[in-house]
Design a protein around this ligand. Structure first.
Ligand code: ADP
Length: 163
């Protein structure tokens, strides 16, 4: 699998699936979650309600339609909330691994990832990047391209330097 980094907005990515850093409730939120629901439109929330009546566990992944986004699917993951004391790193690596498993189930070959847990949830950014890269590098998958979408220049430079 090729791993690349771009600076930009994940809602603009022309890929098979975009990964959303959601929360356990699975009814939308702030940060990248808010951006994906805003750009994807109401179909994304409707599908979340239908497929995740009880939400989703931390470290797990599941998919919905991408609604009005250029992508075909949204793969939602729930990263650990570092600020709330969820600091088990395996919960973070699990998000990347599970997202690739769901991508394989869907037949998605190109997948865009945000830096899960690195925003509102407060995971230290450098380690969030390392956890992403380690897991993407060591996972066995049919996905051909993992695109890390860095939001802003500092995040882009950080991912570049760790890649
Ligand atoms: P979490 O709650 O998992 O920390 P956030 O959405 O707060 O999720 O942040 C995750 C990462 O996504 C952060 O690095 C943040 O800068 C980034 N981000 C926020 N909006 C976007 C966007 N539109 N596209 C890509 N990345 C984004």
């Amino acid at each position: 699998m090729e791993i690349e980094v771009v600076e930009g907005d994940i809602t603009r990515q022309q890929v098979d699936a975009v990964v959303n850093a959601a929360n356990r409730g699975m009814r939308g939120g702030g940060g990248v979650d808010g951006a994906i629901h805003a750009a994807g439109g109401p179909a994304v929330l409707e599908d979340c309600v239908r497929r995740f009546p009880d939400g989703l566990a931390t470290g797990d992944a599941g998919w919905t339609t991408a609604g009005d986004l250029p992508a075909r699917w949204v793969i939602h993951v729930v990263g650990p909330n570092y600020n709330a004391g969820e600091r088990d790193r395996s919960l973070l690596t699990s998000c990347y691994r599970r997202a690739l498993e769901v991508a394989d189930q869907l037949g998605a070959r190109t997948v865009a990832f945000p830096l899960i847990s690195a925003g509102i949830y407060g995971w230290p950014k450098e380690d969030a990047v390392d956890a992403a890269l380690e897991t993407l590098r060591t996972s066995t998958t049919d996905v051909e391209l993992a695109r890390i979408v860095a939001f802003g220049r500092p995040a882009y430079e950080l991912v570049r330097s760790r890649l």
